[in-house]
Design a protein around this ligand. Structure first.
Ligand code: AHR
Length: 501
């Protein structure tokens, strides 16, 4: 059996685990909102029309923060359409996804849903077709206590208490030519800075996210971040990153290694932020908001121009297999390994649209395979992230060169230490040993793994339990050394606890 090693030492920490790393994303797209989280008349729907089965799964998933309402959708959105009496709300043609938007769910309903789900809302403003005035008005509507036009309107709409939304995105993917109201970095940087100032004048407590590149393959990547930050540095707290991965042309080895790309993407954006900070003589550190990431089989998407306008079209409802779950696990490990600079991360999206939760209208809901690594990380990654430096056999990939078979990270929270590990080897288990000399007296609580002999297995609403994580025997600590066997192509969580004297 191939072997890999790492060392767990509390003296080498990366940073605290920010709960906001376990965020998600609800866009008015396809069936994420309508028949996803919201379906009045569904057997489990509550008095506000929210699906109870989905709320239960969201709580189980352990999501901390949810970005809303887009995505590309936000760049044509008039937030005022979604507030006030439902009977007076207009139905609009959404340009991003060529869908009919009935506005049954708007900002107040979404905030109500977040309270039920126990998550924090993260709101995006439209800087595509709208500007400074409308962004500031939305902050006033949501966060101002009362006694002004917009805050009193919120109160009239039944929300006496301000929503107190802390995290705000200044638009979405404004570098993308597909974006409604696409801008140059110069245009966007100026607009984002002015919107940020006005929004902060309404509520100085808010935290702001400037748009970075839509992905690291954009021709303007790097230059976009630098120009945008030159304009916005003193006004924003985060810059966004988006990345979606898929297996291309049967190149499984590169797909399994895509966390390497995410890793390099993060390093490049951190370097750009710090370069701009240095040139501006500004000691503040800009954090990263990786507010869209996931596996997405985007090459299967027929394109916007081929869409029929409908209310709940089945858009990009990828059904994830075991390999996808292992890749999602490796991406979560990468996010944790950058806990010093990545302050927010949102898996895109939450329900139906490239999502961990699938639903059927008037029917059931299920956990996709990618649900499990996310839920494990959200539950067990607590306290401080430890800097583990694995040594592992490598394999050759077409896109990323030589890549280790093992990717891993660990967290420590008091007496609990948890190792998260992915074995990228498709046909052999990997023997892991981890030195615990700096953390003496620990024993194994549980070794959870997600791996199947048939890695093409998926879960569906009809067959929801084909793929489940399992507790496996064999992991042990002897003389402060952990040994465990990581099955071929697997996601693993090894939970350790200090023995009570
Ligand atoms: O999540 C789907 C889409 O991907 C979002 O609307 C957009 O921001 C990104 O390109």
């Amino acid at each position: 059996m191939k072997k890999a090693q790492l060392t767990l030492d509390p003296n080498f920490g990366i940073g605290e685990v920010d709960r906001r790393l376990f965020g998600s994303f609800v866009e008015h797209m396809g069936r994420c909102v309508y028949t996803g989280i919201y379906e009045p008349g569904h057997p489990t729907a509550d008095e506000d029309g929210f699906r109870g089965d989905v709320l239960d799964l969201v709580r189980e998933l352990g999501v901390s923060v949810v970005r809303y309402p887009g995505g590309n959708f936000v760049s044509g959105y008039r937030w005022e359409d979604g507030v006030g009496p439902r009977s007076e709300r207009p139905t609009r043609l959404d340009l991003a996804w060529r869908s009919t938007e009935t506005n049954e769910v708007g900002v107040n309903e979404f905030v109500d849903w977040t309270r039920k789900a126990g998550v924090e809302p993260m709101m995006a403003v439209n800087l595509g077709t709208r500007g400074v005035r409308e962004a500031a008005d939305l902050v006033e509507y949501c966060n101002f206590p009362g006694g002004t036009y917009w805050s009193d309107l919120r109160i009239k709409h039944g929300h006496e208490r301000a929503h107190d939304i802390s995290l705000w995105c200044l638009g979405n993917e404004m570098d993308g030519p597909w974006q409604t109201g696409h801008k140059t970095a110069e245009q966007y940087g100026r607009l984002a800075a002015e919107a940020a100032k006005a929004m902060r004048q309404v509520d100085p407590r808010i935290k702001l996210v400037a748009c970075g590149s839509s992905n690291s393959g954009m021709p303007t990547f790097g230059a976009w971040e630098a120009t945008v930050l030159e304009h916005t540095y003193e006004h924003v707290d985060y810059i966004s990153l988006h990345a979606y991965y898929e297996e291309i042309d049967g190149d499984l080895g590169s797909f399994l290694a895509c966390a390497v790309d995410m890793d390099q993407f993060i390093d490049a954006v951190v370097a750009t932020c710090d370069h701009v900070g240095a040139t501006l003589r500004n000691r503040k550190k800009i954090l990263l908001s990786f507010d869209e990431w996931n596996v997405w089989y985007a090459k299967r998407f027929a394109g916007h121009e081929n869409l029929e306008a409908a209310r709940t079209p089945r858009l990009i409802e990828d059904n994830y297999h075991v390999t996808d779950a292992v890749v999602v696990g490796s991406l979560l490990i990468t996010l944790l390994r950058h806990a010093d600079r990545v302050g927010v991360a949102c898996q895109a999206q939450l329900a139906n649209v490239i999502a961990p939760i699938l639903t059927e209208p008037d029917g059931g809901a299920c956990r996709q395979t990618i649900f499990f690594p996310f839920a494990h990380a959200a539950r067990y990654a607590r306290g401080r992230v430890l800097r583990v430096e694995p040594s592992s056999p490598h394999y050759d990939t077409a896109r990323f060169g030589d890549v280790p078979l093992l990717t891993a990270v660990a967290t420590q929270d008091g007496d609990d230490v948890t190792v998260f590990a992915v074995n990228r080897c498709t046909n052999e288990p990997l023997g892991l040993t981890a030195s615990l000399r700096a953390l003496p007296g620990h024993e194994v609580v549980e070794h959870l793994t997600l791996a199947e002999a048939d890695r093409s297995l998926t879960n569906t609403v009809e067959q929801p339990d084909r793929v489940r994580p399992r507790t496996v025997p064999g992991a042990s600590v002897v003389d402060d050394e952990l040994t465990a066997e990581l099955p071929a192509l697997s996601w693993n969580v090894i939970r350790l606890r200090r023995r009570r004297p």
